[in-house]
Design a protein around this ligand. Structure first.
Ligand SMILES: Cc1cc2nc3c(=O)[nH]c(=O)nc-3n(C[C@H](O)[C@H](O)[C@H](O)COP(=O)(O)OP(=O)(O)OC[C@H]3O[C@@H](n4cnc5c(N)ncnc54)[C@H](O)[C@@H]3O)c2cc1C
Length: 646
């Protein structure tokens, strides 16, 4: 029987983390040298955690599927990272960042974790500046800030449109320093394929060397998963092609709980889908909404003429443009949170006002800000994003408005963790996008980088140490123990099973099919009938996959199709879990919009009396319905209210 204990420390909210740190157990330097920690993932969460553990004196083994830690998906992050420094003196504070994050997440996040996140946000900026991360600065020398959705202050620190890259380089340098000092052993092109549990505790992993195909056993006194999100379940997403949910799914199948799987974020400003053969979608950063204004034609005939190629957006007079976000949400305007902006775009397109050849696009226009600030100012702020857009779309966004449409971007759901970021399996921790995290039902822009680095630099170093203080008498295990042998055997059998299907369909064709079902029925708008259909279709796809997938080549060396198939098998399971969770949550909140539950003006309608909980799914065996446990969410400091951005 799973016991859910969030282990929220006693005391007033603002003192919980201080109290935790003051009373946590420590490991002395001599004992740290005897303890090994496995960190899986080298994105911002994993790289920062691994570097910190090694700096503290633990021995660390780090795994990544890429050829270099620098290539983790985090490198793609564009817009920025939040912190409550209040440099612009516009009224920000830790309390306000905390409040905005809880409200932005539609009151479905855990108060104590979110407060801690806001509390450590300022230290992240100091840490990164000390590492040399080149944040943008103002003329006077202070770090510059811009605004992101869901906030009325400017609290987003940025490095042009490459914030993730610069932050990752900082964490990477810290990590490589420890590799050089031999405190970190780095395993690149190595994929976790199983988790080893000994006497109920996580004690290691099985990895597959993606170059040789060999399975390897690794021991650790604790294991940290920082393996990113599962947005690629939808096939087309803004995530890196290699992003996957496999490590999270392995943890789930070994007894960790999967929390809020249906909370997926759809980002409003992506380059629209432009063809059947696309395998990736491109994000245009939310930072663009600082200066870009979103609109569609006011008149249907104009929208039709644009779709038919008979009219250009620049030919539409100002009074014939509908700046629908400014109209509907005057207080936040173009900077409403992502879920709200995405739904508003869908509403306009569904009503026949969409532009572009497919009608599934809206405009993001810089005309007014170029006139106000000058083209050089806009180029300095967003130059690389404009260049990227022009390269992909072959249109100059300085002259013609960009076309954008919502796309899958981030997953708020993930492995359930307590206040210590520990899963229900002792010794197994989960950080960054892979955990169910602090963002509730909708993540605010620039908060993922904040969370990943908070977890890695400032939370895990305390909480993992607290756990390891009780493990100092456990000697390093040999990986010849039965549990390691069995786990390796299990993984080898799965790979053999995949290869032996020997059917007719390519991995991608099945993945695309899954993605379409997810987008149509578990995407921006969901309803009971659609979700039941999705469950039925996903189960059919699962059957098709296990009887008809074709994986050329063997397991003896590099085999990209085998890697993809191994991950797709897990995406199918995750897709099913998402649909099930979405079906059971009979309310709308954040990114989870159930059409049956909306206010008169089409906003998300929560049912706090019934659904103010984290849904935590327990695996019950292959093809068995999982069991849902509930972590009730108690709001002691924040008054829960209907979200309002008007
Ligand atoms: C285009 C884009 C722009 C974004 N911009 C912003 C932004 O401006 N601000 C913001 O706050 N957020 C942004 N985000 C979100 C943010 O980038 C991510 O949420 C965050 O970087 C995730 O970091 P992570 O460390 O948790 O995981 P990731 O960066 O995804 O890293 C996962 C790591 O796990 C490894 N891995 C995965 N599976 C395995 C396995 N089985 N075995 C071994 N290793 C494995 C990978 O190799 C990788 O090293 C953006 C996202 C996208 C897609």
């Amino acid at each position: 029987m799973v016991k859910l204990d969030a282990k929220i420390p006693e005391g007033p909210l603002a003192l919980k983390w201080t109290n935790y740190k003051a009373s946590q157990k420590l490991v002395n330097p001599a004992n740290k040298r005897k303890l090994d920690i496995i960190v899986v993932g080298t994105g911002l969460a994993g790289a920062s955690a691994a570097a910190s553990f090694a700096e503290m004196g633990f021995n660390v083994k780090v795994f990544t599927i890429q050829d270099s830690p620098r290539r983790a998906h985090s490198i793609a992050a564009q817009g920025g990272i939040n912190a409550a420094k209040n440099y612009p003196n516009d009224g920000d504070s830790v309390r306000r960042l905390f409040y905005d994050t809880i409200k932005g997440g539609d009151y479905r996040a855990r108060e104590a974790n979110v407060y801690r996140l806001a509390e450590v946000s300022n230290s992240i900026i100091d840490q990164c500046v000390a590492q040399g991360v080149p944040f943008a600065r103002e003329y006077g020398g202070l770090l510059d800030n811009r605004s992101f959705g869901g906030a009325q202050v400017s609290r987003t620190f940025y490095a042009k449109g490459q914030t993730g890259q610069q932050l990752l380089l900082g964490a990477y340098q810290a990590l490589m320093r420890q590799v050089e000092l031999k405190k970190v052993t780095l395993y690149t092109r190595n994929e976790l394929v199983n988790i080893v549990i000994v006497d109920g505790r996580a004690r290691g992993i099985i990895s597959r060397d993606l170059v040789t195909g060999k399975l390897q056993r690794h021991f650790g006194h604790a294991v940290v998963l920082a393996t990113g999100g599962y947005g690629n379940t939808f096939f087309l997403s803004t995530n890196a092609i290699g992003s996957n949910g496999s490590a999270a799914l392995r943890a789930y199948q070994k007894g960790a709980l999967f929390a809020n799987p249906c909370f997926a974020q759809i980002h409003p400003t992506c380059i629209p889908v432009h063809g059947e053969f696309q395998s990736k979608l491109t994000l245009m950063s939310e930072s663009l909404r600082n200066d870009g204004r979103i609109w569609v034609p006011k008149k249907k005939e104009d929208a039709e003429a644009i779709r038919a190629g008979k009219l250009k957006p620049t030919e539409i007079a100002e009074e014939d443009r509908d700046y629908y976000l400014e109209r509907r949400y005057p207080a936040f305007g173009n900077l409403v949170p992502r879920d709200v902006a995405s739904r508003a775009a869908k509403e306009r397109c569904d009503a026949g006002y969409g532009v572009g050849a497919t009608g599934l696009a809206v405009y993001l226009d810089f005309k007014e800000s170029i006139e106000r600030l000058g083209i050089d100012a806009i180029r300095a702020r967003y130059g690389n994003l404009f260049q990227m857009y022009e390269k992909i779309v072959d249109d100059n966004p300085y002259e013609t408005p960009m076309m954008i449409y919502p796309a899958i971007h981030y997953t708020m759901g993930g492995i359930w963790v307590d206040y210590e970021l520990q899963t229900t399996i002792p010794g197994l921790f989960c950080a960054g996008e892979a955990n169910f995290s602090d963002h509730g039902a909708n993540r605010l822009g620039a908060s993922a980088l904040m969370q990943g680095l908070a977890d890695g630099y400032f939370v895990l170093p305390y909480t993992v140490q607290n756990y390891l203080a009780d493990q100092i008498r456990i000697p390093r295990m040999t990986t010849n123990e039965n549990e390691f042998v069995e786990a390796e055997k299990e993984s080898a059998e799965r790979l053999t099973k995949l290869l032996s299907v020997n059917g007719k369909r390519s991995v991608d064709s099945i993945h695309k099919e899954l993605g379409l079902v997810m987008w149509d029925f578990v995407g921006m708008a969901r309803n009971e009938e659609g979700l039941k259909k999705a469950l039925e279709r996903i189960r059919e796809i699962k059957k098709e996959f296990w009887t008809n997938v074709r994986i050329p080549g063997s397991n003896d060396g590099m085999n990209i199709e085998l890697e993809k198939a191994n991950r797709l098998a897990d995406f199918i399971e995750i897709g099913e879990l998402m649909a099930l969770d979405a079906l059971k949550r009979e309310e709308s909140c954040g990114g989870h919009f159930r059409e049956e539950h909306q206010t008169e003006d089409g906003e998300a309608l929560r049912h706090d009396d019934k659904f103010a909980y984290v849904s935590c799914w327990e695996f019950k065996g292959d093809n068995q319905e999982p069991e849902m446990h509930k972590e009730e969410l108690k709001y002691e400091e924040i008054k829960v209210a209907q979200r309002n951005y008007k």
